[in-house]
Design a protein around this ligand. Sequence first.
Ligand SMILES: [Mg+2]
Length: 385
Amino acid sequence: MKTQIIDVRAIPLELTLNRVFGGGTYAVYSRYTLVTEVRLANGALGQIYGGDEEKHQKEVARIINGPFRDLLIGQDVFDVERHWEAMFRCSSLNLVNRGIHTLDLANKAILMQAIAALDIACWDAIGKSLNKPLYKLLGGYADRLPVIAIGGYYGDGKGEHEFADELLCYKRTGLAGIKMKVGRLSPADDAERVRFARETVGEDFIIACDANQAWTVEQAIDFARRVGGLGIRWLEEPVQWYDQLQGLPEVRRFAGIPIVAGQGEISRFGCRDLLLAGAVDILNVDATIAGGITEWRRIAAMASMFNVSMAHHEEPQVSVHLLASVPHGLYVEVFADPARDPLWFELPAQRPEIRDGFMHVPQGPGLGIPLNEHVIERYRALVPA
Ligand SMILES: [Mg+2]
């Protein structure tokens, strides 16, 4: 069988950023990712990178290189649903001492990220075997998507002058907008930052706001009302994770701005609960965390039935194909500052073209993102998985 899987491998990468990037509730010092490979008998190599996991990355790699490798070797890569189910059902895993209780007490996102990495690598190998770009295999709705920068971070010594430079740089380089950080200051002070951003970029530039779960329901509504009239495209994760099902519908009712959440979910079941609660206008589930492309398609289909659009969280090299494959995909997002995500600038041998506010979907087979082997070697984690 030419499309038989003959090898599976995960390689953890890690690097320290040159400066710290502050969000509403956190600071980012580093970039981690996992390169996952699925090699087929026909010579095709599914090879992707994704995920940005610090504490548990080596555990994710250990699951891929151990029990998941044993499950997939000898299988036909095309049977993604069967592979997904085999990886998801803990009865297929050798959990050894204490079995299911080990999983109950563990971070289940480790399991879902391991499934995600292998599932996406399988889809890349399928695309390469058929010589078709992934978004075409998945439905092929659009050939390009509007692209926005993730930016507007807080930083020591970053004043209005530096923020204006950042905003105008994004505009000059052909991006359609910015998703800026809010939530670290009071709702009133953050609303002033947003007003400054709007006055700087003008009306024809998308501005979305991401609070990273910084606020109470009351604070989120207060902020939303203060930025009313500024044309804010969406407000992302305004409230804490534990209050999403009750809190987000309240914010939605009174904010007057589309509400985004989902990046904290690790499966279709968590996304189902957000949809049933009427918690979101837009889901930004991360396919590299929540079970990969196979699970993302289930979530996207479910979202369409609730008239909820799809956005994403990180890893545009995967997300651009997913969002371009369905009618309700919105914008692709990139870290436009090389200091924030050096891997986006160094790891792909060829990055997707960005022009006139759009990212053009790569037309090569699979994800169409060949990786630089010397960059993999440069950032390979020192401790072997
Ligand atoms: Mg976010």
